[in-house]
Design a protein around this ligand. Structure first.
Ligand code: MG
Length: 258
């Protein structure tokens, strides 16, 4: 596993920096979500997100990360994460569109994602969106100072599986701060009362990826886009969350819980 010694705890001043970055990120992600409509290209969504970050003095965290060519990940229907925006790809009526955006501001990273429907969603698509959003909220609600990270993981898995869906295993959440990915890894599956202790100053990016069918994933030949192996729908929500002495604080909230 990993040592809790490698978890970087943030000072009050550092948390303030991350709050400001998270606010910018939330606004940029909200703008991209609002731009999701049938006929929009996925590149247009990327441009909206990048412009909103830029005009608030922040940088996109994913652009150039391990060679990723865009600011926003746009993953549609059976695509789980890491979809590459394209001028050739148009959103269609009824698409389930997952948007993932990272922000670098004042030396600190924040990370958030949300799934939205283009036009009106079929009931099965709406249901996986709702269950994924609710599982993240329930997982965060299960976090307590001096509790364990597994309290989050176990709660998410239970919620998702009770709805008849599955949690992606291959990708997990992560600590976040001066680096985009820090310790600890944060699985969206596992057992309560296990894992690293939740202490004030920990900041984690919590991001359940939920498949309507099996949890297995595969990566397309573009080297990035990750899809469900069985072709079933997938949804993704993410918040950057700080543990404080009073409990978990959703930094990427800002009037938008999900
Ligand atoms: Mg993330």
């Amino acid at each position: 596993m990993f040592s809790t010694k490698t978890i970087e705890l943030k000072s009050a001043a550092e948390l303030d920096c991350m709050r400001r970055g998270a606010e910018i990120l939330s606004q940029a992600l909200a703008a991209a979500m609002a731009a999701v409509r049938p006929g929009a290209t996925t590149l247009e969504l990327d441009r909206v997100a990048a412009a909103e970050l830029g005009r608030r003095g922040a940088k996109p965290a994913f652009l150039g990360y391990r060679g990723f060519p865009a600011s926003l990940c746009v993953s549609i229907n059976d695509e789980i994460i890491h979809g590459i925006p394209s001028a050739e790809r148009r959103v269609r009526e009824g698409d389930l569109v997952s948007l993932d955006l990272g922000c670098l501001y004042d030396g600190f990273y924040t990370d958030a994602a949300a799934t939205v429907g283009a036009g009106s969603l079929a009931p099965d698509a709406q249901r996986i969106l709702d269950v994924t959003k609710e599982s993240l909220a329930a997982g965060i609600d299960a976090m307590r100072p001096d509790g364990r990270l597994g309290d989050y993981s176990g709660t998410v898995q239970r919620r998702v599986e009770a709805a008849g869906f599955s949690v992606v295993r291959e990708f997990v959440g992560h600590g976040i701060g001066r680096a985009l990915h820090e310790d600890p890894p944060v699985p969206n599956f596992g057992r309560a009362a296990t894992g690293p202790r939740l202490v004030p100053g920990m900041v984690v990016a919590l991001e359940p990826m939920v498949n309507a069918g099996g949890w297995e994933a595969r990566t397309l030949s573009d080297g990035w886009t990750c899809v469900t192996k069985d072709g079933s729908l997938s949804a993704h929500f993410e918040h950057t969350v700080a543990m404080t002495a009073q409990g978990p604080e959703i930094l990427t909230w800002h009037g938008r819980r999900s």
